[in-house]
Every structure is written in C-alpha cells, then in structure tokens.
Write a protein that binds this ligand. Structure first.
Ligand SMILES: O=C(O)CCC(=O)C(=O)O
Ligand SMILES: [Fe+2]
Length: 291
C-alpha cells in the first residue's frame, strides 16, 4: 500500500512497523520476520547516546569520506567501534537485540556472530545510496528465502528524519527473489528519535537516505550473521588479542572467538579459540565442541 505524505508530493511505501522498548523479543522478531524490518523506539537512553557521541566524535572527524558511490562521497564510515568508542558495547551486545537476533536467524544455527560495527555519518548534500540487500555481500548467493542468515541494525545517534537521510527501507521486500527491483517510491524512511534502532534482514531492500538538511546524520550500524559465514569487517584483525582479552566474554564470543559450529574455526588441531583467548593451558583442553 502506498500513501502520499500530506505536505509533499513524495510517495512512500508501506509504513515501517514500530514498537516501544518494553516490547518482548518474541514480538519484535515476529514483526521483523513478517515485514523484514522493525523499529524499536528509544531503546538506548540519552546518557548512553551522549557518551557514545563524545567518544566517537574525534574518530569521525579523522575518517575520510567514502571512495565510491555505494560508500558515499559525503559519508564517513568509521569501523572497529568496540575499542574506539567503548560505550558502543551497550548497543552491540544489547540483550534485547541479541535475543531478537537469536530468535530470527536460521533456527538450526549453532551460533551467530558480529558481521561489522561502524558509524555512518551522512553529510549534508549526500544523495541517496543505491537500494540493496545486505546479504548480497556473499557473492549474491541465492539463500533460500525462508532462511535468514543476517540481521542488520542501525541505531540513531542523531535523530533520523526523512530530510537528514534516515535509512530508506522497503517493508515486505525480504521474501522476493534478489532480482526483483524496487523503485525509490516504494521505500519508506526509518524516521526515529535518537536512541532508537531499526532492525532489518539481510534480504530486505534498503539504502541510506539523501541528506537534504544542513546537519549530519549519524547511525551506528551493527550487523550479525550466522557463525559459519565470513564476517564483512574482519574482527580478528580489527582488535588485537590483548584488546580482545580485556573484553567481556560475551563480546569475545560475538567477535567470532567461539567455534562457528562443530569443528569450525578451531586452533591447535582441536581447541576452541576461546581457550586461546582465555589462556587455558593446552593440557586442560576440553574439546572444540561449541561451549
Ligand atoms: O546509512 C544507512 O542508513 C544505510 C547504510 C547501508 O545500508 C549500507 O551501507 O549497507
Ligand atoms: Fe545496507
């Protein structure tokens, strides 16, 4: 269903489903699987957003703009957030989001992991990003339409408005074949207050919006994938082993330092990488079965 915005001629696609921060994970996952996208409003409080913005500010300033149209010539993407902006842990490992991701990704999975963390600062004058499906990064592999391998999230560190480049999404586009093309008119802006998060599937058609405002839109993009797919941002080389050792175990596992399934990613002929990270003596090795 298309609706015409009352004060403009822009035609929008279907409304993006949205819910509040107290919504149970089961219901959020149901909306995500049904519509391919859902917004959870005000999940991060102002204090968390303020701290994160302070930590990130200098890093964003140092980040060059993208080198191609997809990355955005006026967009700055800053990766490796867990050490640059330690407050990002509250978003990356948010219990409600992790619960939703776990319920949504392929039910037979052994585990899931981080695919990437990045802030995306879309500068004024930036045109809309090409519409795409995030799971195209896997060489356009034709995943079965009822198997979800990736959940993407973008947190609004600044308010997201249609004018400042809120992510554009096509609700209900996630079960169509990859070669089905969508027009801009079928997209809707994921407009949301600061601290909200939009979750969408790897198969959902979306793209960064055009920024026609005189302010920068900053989103915190955190994606999750099945434990046996390659990560988009190389987490093993993004953080040093010493940095990883200083992180809580939940993050170490999310980074990919647990085996991705039985025998996937072991070290030393049969040890879980978690043992290496945690300094377990090889003599005390358990097994490389997921632990
Ligand atoms: O910045 C955005 O709103 C979306 C970015 C995006 O979809 C991407 O880079 O894959
Ligand atoms: Fe994307």
């Amino acid at each position: 269903m298309s609706t015409v915005a009352p004060d403009t001629d822009i035609v929008h696609g279907a409304d993006v489903p949205r819910c509040g921060p107290d919504t149970p994970a089961e219901e959020i996952s149901r909306l995500l699987v049904t519509h391919g996208v859902v917004i959870v409003e005000r999940l991060a409080d102002d204090a968390t957003c303020d701290r994160l913005a302070d930590e990130l500010g200098p890093w964003i300033e140092q980040t060059p703009a993208g080198g191609d149209a997809f990355s955005g010539f006026s967009t700055r993407r800053t990766g490796g957030l867990l050490t640059k902006a330690p407050s990002s842990e509250a978003l990356v490992a948010h219990p409600l989001v992790l619960d939703v991701v776990d319920r949504t990704l392929w039910p037979k999975k052994t585990t899931f992991q981080l695919h990437l963390t990045q802030s995306i600062a879309i500068g004024p004058g930036s045109p809309a990003q090409m519409l795409h499906r995030d799971h195209w990064c896997f060489d356009f592999f034709p995943f079965p339409r009822d198997v979800d391998v990736e959940v993407s999230t973008i947190w609004a560190l600044t308010e997201f408005t249609e004018a400042n480049g809120a992510t554009r999404v096509v609700p209900d586009s996630h079960r169509t074949p990859d070669d089905v093309k969508y027009a801009f008119e079928q997209t809707s802006p994921a407009a949301m207050p600061r601290g909200s998060v939009v979750l969408y599937l790897g198969s959902t058609v979306h793209g960064g919006g055009a920024n026609t405002a005189d302010e920068t839109r900053i989103g915190i993009n955190v994606d999750y994938v099945l434990g046996w797919l390659r990560q988009e941002e190389n987490q093993y080389l993004t953080y040093s082993l010493d940095e990883v050792r200083a992180m809580p175990e939940r993050l170490q596992r999310l980074l990919g330092y647990e085996v991705g399934a039985y025998a996937l990613g072991y070290v030393d002929g049969g040890r879980s990488p978690m043992e290496l990270v945690q300094g377990v003596d090889p003599g005390d090795t358990q097994s490389f079965a997921p632990s």
